[in-house]
Ligand binder design. Structure first.
Ligand code: SF4
Length: 339
């Protein structure tokens, strides 16, 4: 099974069991940005998730969250940011655009304030590494060792379809949990949400302590960076915000008659098994990645219009994420008046 299809079905299963904010393919390193990308991130929210959801459906840039600006008083832009003025300007424009900052000229100065206080909405972050086939492990061991020694997330889990042997377990850090994911087939050969069998529970990682981030592995030598608790706290906030803004529905549907969106509102099958709209190809009999697999060069390609699917609406209905909070609506209607 392709890692892409495995990942989408796992995300759908986690969402269906109410596991908070589920997102995929997010950077989870600190000293070496982009050095480690985690397949699936699950953010367990606190009760403050409603206040976070009321702010904006987008991820809030870290420059804004780290700025010296609150909701109560207007702060000059040049006093609010500890970064290059160009970056500060971009952050302000983005903050106004997504509805979390207000901007006015006051006493001849360019000033901003937050529309509401940023809530403490992140309880626990779980990182999941997908490896459907343990016979082709790639960098799995090094990736999991990095996650455990950095301890940016509270728990790390390996998800696989393979039978997990004692030899597999022994090669993994003890703190890593192991899930065996059982795919299931429903009516007409269509997949249903997979079952997750817990083979081993993860240990809680020391997210509030210093972390060690391996930067490069050479024979007989590993370069590392020590990451402070404050750096980790900032990185966790960035990770959670990216997860909130991005989610896991970062896929498209091909304009091909062989692809069925399995839209619950359209064909009704999703209501029975809770399966959301996913790009299922009848020719390949599996989920497909439209961006990399579909097009005229595919032998099964049958030109058609893309299925009409409301991915944002599905995410809104099934998770704490709010596609259209009142605050954003108010701001948009205000903009319309001046448009
Ligand atoms: S282009 Fe090929 S892989 Fe993509 S949906 Fe059509 S038949 Fe399936």
């Amino acid at each position: 099974m392709s890692e892409f299809a495995f990942e989408l079905e796992l995300c759908a299963a986690l969402e269906a069991r109410g596991d908070g904010i589920v997102a995929r393919q997010l950077g989870a390193s600190v000293a070496n940005p982009g050095g480690r990308v985690v397949d699936v991130v699950v953010v367990d929210p606190t009760a403050a998730i409603d206040r976070r959801a009321a702010l904006t459906p987008s991820g809030i840039p870290d420059a804004i969250l780290g700025a010296e600006v609150g909701p109560g008083r207007w702060t000059p832009v040049r006093d609010a940011f500890d970064c290059h003025p160009d970056r500060a300007q971009r952050a302000v424009e983005r903050g106004v655009d997504i509805g979390v900052l207000e901007r006015e000229r006051r006493d001849g100065r360019d000033c901003i304030r937050q529309v509401a206080r940023y809530p403490d909405w992140v309880d626990r972050i779980v990182g999941i590494e997908n490896k459907p086939d343990l016979g082709r492990p790639g960098d799995l061991e090094a990736q999991l060792r990095t996650d455990v020694s950095l301890a940016l997330v509270d728990e790390v889990i390996l998800a696989t379809e393979s039978h997990v042997t004692g030899a597999h377990r022994n090669r993994l850090p003890d703190a890593v949990g192991i899930w065996r994911v059982h795919r299931r087939t429903g009516d007409a050969g269509r997949p249903r949400l997979p079952e997750i069998e817990v083979i081993r529970d993860p240990d809680a990682l020391p997210v509030e302590a210093r972390g060690v981030e391996p930067l490069s592995f050479e024979p007989g030598r590993t370069d590392i960076s020590i990451v402070s608790p404050a750096e980790k706290a900032d990185a966790r906030r960035r990770l959670a915000e990216r997860a909130y803004g991005k989610g896991w529905r970062t896929f498209g549907f091909p304009g091909c008659g062989a692809c069925s969106a399995r839209d619950p509102g359209r064909d009704g099958d999703g209501h029975e098994d809770g399966l959301p709209s996913l790009p299922h190809c009848q020719y390949e009999d599996r989920l497909v990645d439209a961006a990399s697999e579909c097009g005229p060069s595919c032998p099964g390609f049958d030109p058609a219009s893309e299925p009409a699917v409301d991915l944002a609406g599905e995410r809104d209905a099934r998770t704490p994420w709010n596609a259209d909070p009142e605050r954003t609506r108010r701001r948009q209607s205000g903009l319309d008046r001046f448009g």
